[in-house]
Ligand binder design. Structure first.
Ligand SMILES: [Zn+2]
Length: 629
């Protein structure tokens, strides 16, 4: 923690309690003494009021469909509002399809005839006004009417969108129209599920409004993501921040500033470009908790991949600092400089340095412009010679925890905001080629062909079936390429890739062995030759049982059911796994969990739960005293 550099522009402060959207009824000003806790008041109504009274009070949550609230109330008591929201979603998920369809059909069209005639429910009126749908231009109104008509004809239910958006303070009309256009292209079953998730999101926002609740910490996380996403390699382009570019350095400056702002005692940029903050514990010699994730991005990225795992601990530490609280252990937050491998061929540069696993040969790698990494580091004011000294000592730490957006559809499909990771999949990758005989598409009889592309197709189908037979195993043929392919030529060559991952290395390796045998079989049967080389082998990183249990306890403390799942994607935690016991917390991504895509999204409410789970983890850990690491 020695390399501290001056910054150019003065970075923005951590978003404070900014004024909320114009329709927000309740505002919480954190600098005033806290009013009676609205969440407890809401929970008292839900759990303690007579059933019919509670049902009446909450009837507006689901449009003209009181049965949803009634079903969830029959499962009281609920441990928390998050638990109640999950019970609402579960009631819908377990209802027959006709009931779910009727629920969708109970909703009005966006800016449709009902809005024009003033016969919407008061909630819908407020929500549509909040999105400014009342103030549509004639052109926008015509577009919405056309979209409504196309959508109704295609799906048979109205387009449903929580127009107050993921932050809860309103989407713009342009965002509403863009979302409408995008979802019109969905397959019907995908869109049906998306509409139901939007119905739950609307209910969540109505519940907040009804009781004056505000996910204050979650919105700060959300606002941080929004602000950091303003730094881009191409300022006018999509979100892309690659290693050591000016935008990357602007992110470093911003993060360093926020860490100081939040009360971290020591903040510095290290030799590999990580931003490292230390919030001291009461005992400076006690082992620390290490946490963090990466702030570099893929090209045209989402705003939460990696960054969520920086902002959640950041906000949790700020709450400790505001309360003047020190834990028995220090908290070391690392915003890792590089994980995605976009500028140079090597990946996980930031976490590799901490794990003592940074290969000095990487410094000679060149980017697309021919700039060696060593030079890029120096140009950014960093000293490559300092990287080996970043390796951490096992005995200085309790363990490593990482919060990350799931980047997959599992939690979204289960209506669960949080999940606990059991293992980060180990992967094996191969590149190969089938070599047959290119020949005339018109004159070569079907029985006489040596078609390389169909061999690769057969391989893809084999791997699909083989991987599907076992839980926790996935196999992908992501490259299928006929070099110089032509419409009238039987393919003579086909390049392919294999990517096989599993939570357990032995399961993965058995699948790899079977797949390699299948390749031999396919080639022999079709009279082909083939080449194949292994290009990557990374062991699985199972979560440390004790740390996984700590996350499970933290999730349970939010009042949510605990769901455990493997991570299909690689994360910084798999590098730290070499050094420390580790476990990860996943946060649900909206839009069916899409990631590495600007559509990646997290709600303020889910971010709030992630912060609360992190706080529970810290509290439990503090109560454990200083356990042996
Ligand atoms: Zn990531």
């Amino acid at each position: 923690m020695s390399t501290d550099r001056s910054t150019g522009d003065i970075p923005q402060r951590l978003p404070q309690e900014a004024p909320l959207g114009r329709t927000e009824a309740a505002r919480v000003d954190t600098d005033r003494p806290a009013a009676p806790d609205p969440a407890s008041a809401a929970l008292r109504v839900i759990n303690d009021a007579p059933l019919d009274e509670a049902a009446r009070h909450l009837a507006g949550l689901y449009e003209h469909s009181p049965w949803v609230v009634e079903a969830a109330l029959r499962r009281r008591p609920h441990a928390s509002l998050a638990g109640f929201r999950h019970a609402l979603a579960t009631a819908v998920r377990e209802a027959p399809r006709e009931a779910r369809l009727a629920l969708l059909r109970a909703h009005p069209e966006l800016a449709g005839r009902l809005a024009a005639s003033g016969t919407l429910t008061p909630d819908s009126t407020r929500e549509q006004q909040a999105a400014g749908l009342q103030a549509c231009s004639a052109e926008e109104l015509a577009r919405l009417r056309q979209l409504n008509a196309d959508y109704g004809a295609r799906f048979g239910w109205p387009f449903i969108l929580a127009v107050r958006g993921p932050r809860g303070t309103g989407l713009s009309r342009a965002e509403v129209i863009a979302t409408f256009e995008r979802r019109l292209a969905h397959p019907a079953d995908v869109e049906f599920d998306e509409c139901l998730r939007q119905v739950h999101r609307i209910a969540e926002l109505r519940l907040d409004a009804l009781f004056g609740l505000e996910p204050r910490l979650g919105r700060q996380v959300w606002d941080c993501a929004e602000l950091l996403a303003q730094h881009r390699d191409d300022p006018a382009g999509p979100l892309t921040v690659t290693y050591l570019t000016p935008a990357h350095q602007a992110c470093q400056a911003q993060l360093r500033h926020w860490m100081r702002d939040c009360g971290f005692d020591e903040v510095a940029v290290d030799a590999v470009g990580n931003v490292v903050g230390l919030y001291r514990g009461t005992d400076p010699h006690a082992p620390r908790l290490l946490t963090g994730s990466h702030f570099d991005t893929v090209r045209d990225a989402g705003r939460y991949d990696g960054r969520l795992g920086i902002f959640v601990p950041l906000v949790a530490v700020r709450e400790l600092h505001r309360a003047g609280r020190r834990l028995p252990f220090g908290i070391e937050l690392v915003a890792f400089a590089e994980e995605e491998g976009q500028r140079y061929a090597a990946t996980f540069l930031g976490s590799s340095a901490l794990a003592g696993d940074f290969d000095p040969a990487w410094l000679d790698q060149r980017d697309a412009a021919g700039i060696p990494m060593r030079e890029a580091l120096r140009a950014a004011g960093l000293d490559p010679a300092g990287i080996p000294r970043l390796a951490r000592r096992r005995s200085d730490y309790l363990g490593f925890v990482e919060v990350h957006i799931e980047q997959g559809p599992v939690l979204d499909a289960l209506d669960l905001p949080l999940g606990v990771v059991t293992s980060i999949n180990g992967s094996v990758r191969h590149l190969g080629e089938f070599i047959g005989q290119a020949s005339h598409a018109g004159t070569t009889p079907m029985g006489r062909r040596r078609d390389a592309a169909l061999a690769a197709a057969e391989l893809g189908l084999y791997l699909e079936g083989r991987a599907a037979r076992e839980p926790g195993l996935v196999g992908t043929v992501g490259v299928l390429e006929v070099p110089g392919g032509s419409v009238n030529v039987v393919p003579g060559r086909c390049r392919f890739s294999l990517d096989i991952r599993a939570t357990v290395d032995a399961v993965r390796d058995a699948c790899v062995d079977d797949t390699l045998a299948a390749i031999d079989g396919i080639a022999a049967r079709r009279g082909l030759r083939h080449t194949l080389r292994e290009v990557l082998r990374v062991p699985a990183a199972p979560s440390d049982p004790l740390w996984q249990a700590r996350w499970e306890r933290a999730v349970a403390a939010t009042g949510l059911p605990v769901h455990c799942l493997p991570s299909g994607a690689g994360h910084d935690a798999m590098k730290l796994h070499r050094l420390l016991p580790q476990a990860m917390l996943f946060v649900r991504g909206g839009n069916a969990g899409i990631s590495h895509n600007p559509l990646e999204t997290v709600t303020g409410e889910d971010a709030q739960l992630a912060v609360e789970a992190f706080q529970h983890l810290l509290d439990h850990l503090a109560r454990e005293g200083t356990p042996p690491p």
